[in-house]
Structures are given as C-alpha cells and as structure tokens.
Design a binder for this molecule. Structure first.
Ligand code: HAM
Length: 427
C-alpha cells in the first residue's frame, strides 16, 4: 500500500513556492517580454502531441527521442508524448492553421513546461520550463541576428551577465552531406570502441560532442563544418556576425558545438553560463530550414530559440542576484475587533480595485501577532484599527519603514494610501 503521508513530487520535478516563485515568474515574464518587444505573438499549444510528430521533427536518432520521451498510449490506444521541446509543436500548429499562408515571417513565442526523462541532477529536470520564439518563413541572416539578440537582451534585462553566446553554422543541404561523409571517413579511420563506431555511422557529429578525454584527443583534428561551408551558407553566417557586431551582441565562435536535436541547419547557437556546473546551457536554438517540409508543410525556413527558465533562475542565484517582487503585498490590514475587521475588509476591496496588493490579518491573533504578519508580508504600509477607532471614524495608517503612524478618516484612506504609494487616483 502507498503511504499517503509521504507523497513527494515526481523525481526530478521542481516545485516553485513563494517567495522563490515570484522570481520564477519574473524570469519567465522578463524573457517573454524581450520577445514581445520584437513583435512575437504568444501561442499556447498542447502539452502532449502525437508521438510521430516528435519522432519525425526532433529526429529518430537523438537521445531526446530514443531515451527521454514520456510516451504512453491514451485510452483510445493512440501513442501520445508529453512535449520534450517546443519547435515541432509550433510547426504543426502553423501548418494546421495555415499561418504559413499569412504574412511572413510568422513570429511566435511561447512559454511553459516540457518533459524529458533525463537523469535528474542540479539544473537538469524531468519537467523543465522554457520561453521560446520561432520566426518562420524568411531566410534572412538579419532575422537570425534578431532572434539571438532577443535572447541576449532577455538575459541582460534580468541582470544576468556571467554568460557567453557560442555560435556556429551547421551548413545547409548543399554542403552538409559532403561534410558528414568527410567526418565519417575521418572517424571510422580511428581506433574507436564498438559503440562510438556505431554512433559515428549513425550520427557522426555527435562523436565530436563526446566528453571522454581519449576521444576528445583523437578527434582534436577532425574536419569541422565551418571549414567546409558552401558559399551561400558561409555568406549567411558572415552576415549574421556582421549584424551581431552592429547590434553589440558579444559572441564566441564554437565550431565544435553539437546540439541535441536533429533539425538544425546553418546558424546554431547556445548561451552558456559558467556558474551552473555540468548543466551550463541556459538557452539554445538555431535555424531549421528543412523542418516544415519534413512535417508535411511547405518548404519554408525557420529560426528560433528555447531559453531554460529553471536554469536562468539558478544562474541568477549563482550570480547572487534576485529579480521580481520581494514583498508579497503593498498594504497589510491589522483589525482589532469585529467592526474594524469589517471596515478594513471593505478598504482592502477598494484598494485592490485600484490595483494595490492588500492582505489582512485573519484569525484574531492580537496586535503582536498581527503586526508580525504585517512585517513578514513585506508591506510598506499597515492599516491599524480597533473598534474604538472605527467609532471615531478613523484608521491608523502606519509607515512600516519609519514606524510613523497617522490617523486618517476612513473615507480618506484609499486616497492617502494611493498617494503614499506614488499612484495617482483616477476618479
Ligand atoms: P534545447 O537546447 O534542447 O533546445 O533546450 C533549450 C534550453 O532548455 C536549454 O538550453 C536549457 O536551458 C533548457 N533545458 C533543456 N533540457 C533541460 C532539463 N532537462 N532541465 C532543465 N533545463 C533544460 C530546444 O528545446 C529547442 N526547441 C530550442 C529551439 C527553438 N530551437 C529552435 N527553436
């Protein structure tokens, strides 16, 4: 039998509770806001999709598809999968709703949970949160630079600065197949163990990402895609760099970058934070020019990113920074007596209607307990009243920082509080 007193969140799944959750929300909203400022429209998409969408979209040979998907048969015996990433679902929705027949590029953004059955560790969760954008239908290097600059700006507006942008080009249809062959020939000429050899045959790029020192050493001279780009892919990449320079976005070129998803072409990038240990990627993305066709749509290009909200939060912590509201409310009501409770509850309603965050002490805990609760709430203002004050028609308005308290007529409390908070009362 299950011991119901010992329920725990599923392994590798974080909970966000106050006060930390305020930071989580601030990170998510801050990253989304950077996308909105560049005209990306919000999409809310299903958390599960038909399994084949991810198998075909993300790539049959990726770890994400072979080892990490939450796949199950629903009650109608359809194979469905909790989304491991956002791009395939966005493409499905764009094709299904004909967004690709409208004005291009279609600029879309999203946020929410994704699911990967990875081995949990610090910064690696089985339910992870991302903010993402996708710009679909225009193959313009200036758009690549815009997408990258949005992510950079998003991180910076949160106050993060200990990260670097790594960038490369994975080439296009005209140069990648030849490069793949070249790399494969090189790798198969090495003295590799059975499994690595198999990987070299299936997905040779992945071998360049092998962290084992002896493999690293053997592949140190491996041919690099960046040295074998077609003229068009090279020009595309060079123009991205010119734009990034013009936008003042710093980057380092990492020609050995390997991403965990198969759809990438041309510009590919990752944001790396050194304060996070092994799970250092706080965001990543790139171009995926063949994906839409692959999923049964038109042959349109696309570029986007996914930024890890959980990891961005950890990176801010590693830098000793906080974001978001630290106070839970602006005003805290301390009623001492039944009449006072009625009046303060009414004032709380009026203040909330004016957009002020208000909480009250409940449970008749007495002056000391209630003032402690006011302190803990982080409110800058307390409204303190006993029944005798109410009889006299006043409420004590206390500045929680200076400790100064003034009696204010009940009818004037809302205006007084709004003035103290620096908000103008609109009548
Ligand atoms: P991704 O690199 O697989 O790309 O994930 C993007 C970000 O999500 C990572 O950089 C990381 O911050 C976060 N992330 C991934 N897995 C985990 C995990 N297990 N725990 C915590 N955080 C994690 C994509 O998902 C692509 N769809 C991005 C994209 C959009 N490319 C083009 N458009």
């Amino acid at each position: 039998m299950t011991d119901t007193s010992a329920f725990r969140a599923p392994k590798g799944v974080p909970d966000y509770l106050p006060p930390d959750s305020a930071q989580f929300v601030a990170v998510r909203d801050g990253l989304l806001q950077a996308a909105r400022l560049a005209g990306y429209g919000y999409v809310e998409l299903p958390i599960f999709e038909e399994t084949a969408l991810f198998a075909r979209g993300v790539g049959e040979s990726t770890d994400v598809v072979t080892k990490e998907m939450y796949t199950f048969a629903d009650r109608g015996d359809r194979s469905v999968t909790l989304r491991p990433e956002g791009t395939a679902g966005v493409m499905r929705a764009v094709i299904e709703h004909g967004v690709d027949r409208g004005p291009l590029p279609a600029k879309l953004c999203y946020s929410g949970p994704f699911f990967r059955y990875e081995r949990p560790q610090s910064g690696r969760y089985r339910q992870l949160q991302q903010v993402g954008v996708e710009a679909i239908g225009v193959d313009d290097p200036a758009l690549d630079a815009e997408v990258i600059a949005i992510a950079d700006a998003g991180f910076r507006t949160l106050g993060l600065d200990g990260f670097r942008l790594e960038l490369t080009s994975l080439g296009d249809d005209t140069c990648r197949p030849q490069y793949r062959e070249l790399l494969q020939d090189f790798l198969l000429g090495l003295d590799l163990d059975e499994e690595t050899r198999r990987r070299a045959q299936l997905n040779p790029l992945r071998v360049l990402d092998d962290k084992r020192p002896h493999i690293k050493e053997m592949t140190a001279d491996a041919p690099l895609m960046l040295d074998h780009l077609s003229d068009a892919a090279k020009q595309h990449f060079d123009t991205v760099l010119v734009h990034l320079d013009a936008l003042g976005v710093p980057y380092v070129i990492n020609p050995r970058m390997v991403r965990g998803l198969d759809y990438y072409t041309k510009t590919t990038f990752e944001f790396v934070h050194d304060g996070l240990g092994a799970q250092s990627g706080i965001g990543g993305g790139g171009r995926y020019d063949g994906l839409m066709r692959q999923l049964g749509g038109q042959d349109l290009s696309g570029i986007g990113f996914g930024l890890g909200v959980d990891r961005t939060l950890l990176a801010l912590k590693a830098e000793g920074k906080t974001v978001g509201e630290t106070a839970r409310v602006d005003v805290f009501g301390v009623p001492l007596g039944g009449d006072a409770k009625l009046v303060l509850a009414r004032l709380a309603g009026a203040l909330r209607a004016a957009g002020v965050r208000v909480d009250l002490a409940y449970g008749d805990r007495g002056m000391k307990g209630a003032m402690k609760a006011a302190d803990r709430s982080g409110a800058g203002i307390a409204l303190v009243a006993g029944d005798r004050d109410i009889e006299a028609g006043t409420v004590g308005v206390k500045d929680m920082t200076s400790g100064e308290q003034l009696d204010v007529a009940v009818d004037g409390v809302v205006s007084d509080v709004l003035a103290r908070l620096g908000r103008i009362r609109l009548v």
